[in-house]
Each structure stands twice: as C-alpha cells, then as structure tokens.
Design a protein around this ligand. Sequence first.
Ligand SMILES: Nc1ncnc2c1ncn2[C@@H]1O[C@H](COP(=O)(O)OP(=O)(O)OP(=O)(O)O)[C@@H](O)[C@H]1O
Ligand SMILES: O=C(O)[C@@H](O)C(=O)CO
Length: 429
Amino acid sequence: MTPATKLSLGCVADDYTGASDLANTLTRAGLRTVQTIGVPADDLALPEVDAVVVSLKSRSIEAGLAVTRSRAAESWLRGRGASHILFKICSTFDSTDAGNIGPVMDALRADSSDSIVLVTPAFPETGRTVYQGNLFVGSVPLNESPLKDHPLNPMHDSNLVRVLARQSKTKVGLVDLATLSRGAEAVRARLAELARGGIGAAIVDAVFDRDLETIGQVALDHRLSVGASGIGLGLARALVAAGRAKSDAATAMHESAIGGPAACLAGSCSQATLRQIANAEKVMPVLHLDPERVIAGREEAQRALAWARDRFGAGPILIASSSTPEEVAALQSRHGRDAAGHAIEQAMADIAEGLVQSGVRRLVVAGGETSGAVVDRLGIPGFLVGAEIAAGVPVLRAVGAKHGDMVLALKSGNFGGPEFFSDALALMP
Ligand SMILES: Nc1ncnc2c1ncn2[C@@H]1O[C@H](COP(=O)(O)OP(=O)(O)OP(=O)(O)O)[C@@H](O)[C@H]1O
Ligand SMILES: O=C(O)[C@@H](O)C(=O)CO
C-alpha cells in the first residue's frame, strides 16, 4: 500500500466472511475498498483505497487474544490515517457471555477515548433489524431464529442491551427508534445524556436504511463504532456525502475469466446452507463428509480429495461437512464443541489446499470459521471486491496469493438464496 494513502475508514472484522460482506457493502456504497487477511505485511501491493477491512478470525477465540489481535489491526489502520474505526461483528450478534464483542469494544473504546460507542448489528437488506434493543432475524426474535442452534455460539437472548452488558465492563444503554426518527441531533442529544449517566455503549435501533444513514452521520463524530454491514452502509454514505470519499470510484476488479476446475466447500450448518446444499445436489456431485471419520484422522480428507479429482473434468463439485442441529449436538457431546469444530475446519483446510494443488482456482466456501481456516491455509493476503452474488456475498479476487490468480466467494452461513452455489459459480467463470 502506498504510504501516502490516507484512509477514510478503517475496519476490523471478527471473521472473514463478515469482512467480505462489509467490503461488498462499502464498495457498493462507493468507497474504494480492499479486504486484507490479518494486518497486511508492509510489502503487500494494494491499490489506492478509501477503506481497508482487516479480516481477523477472532469471533470464537479466547477473549484476551481477540483483544490483542483487534488492537493490532486498529493500530495499523490508525497508522494509515483512519480517523474512524468500525469493529465489524455479525449481524446476528454472534458471541457468548465471555465475549468477544464486549471485551474488544471495551479495549478499542479505551484506545479511542470516545465516551460512548454506537452499536448496531442491523442490516435490513438481510432481514436483521433492531427495535427497542431487540434483534430480529426476518420476522422472529433472535432467540427464536436458527441462531438458537448455532454450533459455536447459540443465541438465546434477543435483547442486545442485556447481551452486551453481560460481556462488557461498561454500562449499556439504548437509543430507540423514536429518537432516531427525530434525526441526527436527537440522537446526539440522547447519546450525550447516556454518556453523562456513565453509560459507555448504546445499542441503536434501526429498521430501515434511512435509520442507518442517520446513525452513520452521528457515528462519524466518534472515533469508533461497532456493528454489521448496515452501519458500514451508513458510514460510507456519510463519508461520500461529506466529500471524504469519491462516490464514483469503486475499486476496479479485473473481471477476466479464470477458468479451470471449480469447487465448493461447506462447513456451515445453518439452515440456509443446508437448503443450499440440498439444491446443489440437483446440479452437481456432492460429497457429504463423515464427521466422525474427520475427527478420527486425516484419511477422510484424502478420500474427499480423491473423489473430487475423479470428477473435475465433468464440472463443479461440492464437499460438505454440514449436518442438522441434532447431529451437530450429538457429535459435540461425544467430542466437545471446540474440538469437533476445529477438527472439521482443519479437514476443510486440508481439502482446500489439495484442491488448489490440483488446479482449482475458483472456490466457494460456506461458513465464516470454515472460510477462515481455508483462506489461512491457502496463504491469501488480501482480496479485491467484484460482482455481488447475493446480499453480503461478493466475488473476491485474491491479491498477492502464492498460487497466483484465483477467485473465491466466502459465504456467511445464513446468507445467499436457495441456489447460492450455482449463483456463485455463474459469476466466477
Ligand atoms: N457436522 C458437523 N458437526 C459439528 N460441527 C460442525 C460440523 N460441520 C461443521 N462444523 C463446525 O461448525 C462450525 C461452523 O461455523 P462456520 O462459521 O463455518 O459456519 P456458520 O457459523 O454457519 O457461518 P457464519 O459464521 O458465517 O455465520 C465450524 O467450526 C465447523 O467446523
Ligand atoms: O454480518 C453478518 O451476518 C455476516 O457478515 C457475518 O459476519 C456472518 O458470519
């Protein structure tokens, strides 16, 4: 990256699919954006940009480590002139009472010296809205949504004021929709009132994009905000409106075809992904890994690779570890949640590495943790953002990858339409 580049916006994302979702939103809103994997090395050649999204794999790790890594990313971004940092979390507030949203927010807030931080996971385009501090996923509260069965962070409380207060050292307040509907000055006044009461974080309601625009405008008065792609949209629009980014200057991605074999990997067990896999079965060969055999050793990954190599000539293939909530729970009770998750992620990384060694240059991955394991193993340092496959999921072109030119799609578990895998491959010629 050229040293002269001064960032309008710096983003620290707690997983890789979330980072590409945000990079997609910022790009569509007109910011020239790149996604990096971890804090970039000084010699990584990146184009001139308005925003950098540093992807971390910090959502489900020990809280202290998440804080250290997030602060390293923050410091790199501030060093490139970013006056505002967005800590990108999941639109379904994926976390546990141990963290990591609260601890990371507390640390970044201390560094920023902001008296109060705006927090909202709202992303209306994907059905995530917040009302009276309660997060809705589509038409149901978070605790009734499929997130109640998430393999790593089951969400059992939709009231985010309570959820965040359990994780954070600061008191948490609410800016409600009625205040928001009165405009930016009303929001500023409410935030000042909360801050005077010693409250350091405010969950902000948002139902429509116009609410996010108000939030983005107010957030720019601060040095830190916390949220999902929706607040990214608000910030980007506010930056463009303030002339601090060029609205017509999206990062150009080289769109030429890559060709060669294509493969899909699914480690997400979300209902959306399970349905997408079922639909993919109608149009491509699908191999379901045996999770018990994955945990037993590396042979299952080798078996999957041999299966894939036999089929490359005939078109794309899909390899999935995904199971139903009941099967996931049974596996976790036999092996432990983290051990099972880690073993399967590493098998997916083994498979991705073998696929790329066999010539695959078009790869679709479903699941944030799964994508993190795969991209780390492939040693890809960053991405440019291309066409949008579905809300929150762009085509990504690797930059600086040791395997050369390559396109990927990293799908958040809950995102994408029923035919997501075919939709993605159609945009990755
Ligand atoms: N059959 C299975 N049984 C138990 N755990 C599984 C199984 N298949 C995958 N996993 C693990 O479940 C976790 C799924 O997390 P991942 O982040 O990849 O998907 P997701 O949570 O649906 O996506 P996102 O974080 O983008 O919303 C991973 O740790 C993965 O290894
Ligand atoms: O915000 C979202 O829902 C996604 O970008 C994500 O982070 C899922 O892992």
